[in-house]
Design a protein around this ligand. Structure first.
Ligand SMILES: [Zn+2]
Length: 188
């Protein structure tokens, strides 16, 4: 096993053969995947070709895709910076410009100084200029208008946004593609 192989990751699917999560994509180390296969917690769906791990007593294939045996119910989306940017599709919610995460900031729609909370329904992604213009005013006072009302996203809503933005296309292993894009339109 060389260094490149040491960094191999395994895609983790739910029992319905959909990724457990898209945002971020559910992957684990191949070591964890082998342990889960041996412990019978997951089904080995695909393996990396030509790679085997030999111990003194056994030989293991390296799983590239595994699936949980029991369906795991999706929980509420954690209120994190990444999830919030993802909900807003990395776009300022006042001017609509899509920006890299490092150029985006957060805006409290109802400012904290006016009792606005740090919660899904009161925080939006915002560009630096609009954030400056808004300051501690309400959108009306600052002459700004939200492009849409902020909402608490479900795991499925975030998945579909992540899938649409497809930030992962670079490092997806060939054996993963069937499970990530199986419902996308076939090229003709
Ligand atoms: Zn803006």
């Amino acid at each position: 096993m060389n260094i490149a192989q040491a960094n191999l990751r395994t895609l983790v699917l739910n029992a319905d053969m959909q990724p457990l999560s898209w945002a971020p994509l559910s992957v684990c180390s191949w070591q964890d995947a082998i342990v889960a296969v041996v412990q019978n917690r997951v089904i080995q769906v695909k393996t990396y070709d030509d790679i085997v791990i030999r111990t003194s007593s056994r030989t293991f294939e390296v799983p590239s895709v595994v699936a949980l045996k029991r369906y795991r119910k999706r929980r509420k989306v954690a209120f994190t910076r990444y999830h919030l940017f993802l909900r807003d599709e990395f776009a300022c919610q006042y001017c609509g410009r899509r920006l890299p995460a490092k150029e985006l900031t957060f805006d409290h729609v109802i400012p904290r100084s006016k009792g606005g909370r740090s919660a899904w329904l009161n925080i939006v992604a915002c560009c630096g200029e609009d954030n400056l213009r808004k300051g501690s005013k309400t959108p009306e006072q600052a002459g700004l208008k939200l492009l849409r009302q902020p909402f608490e996203p479900s795991p499925f809503q975030l998945d579909s946004i992540a899938k649409r933005l497809a930030p992962y296309t670079e490092d997806l292993h060939q054996t993963w593609l069937d499970f990530l894009y199986w419902d996308s339109e076939l090229a003709t």
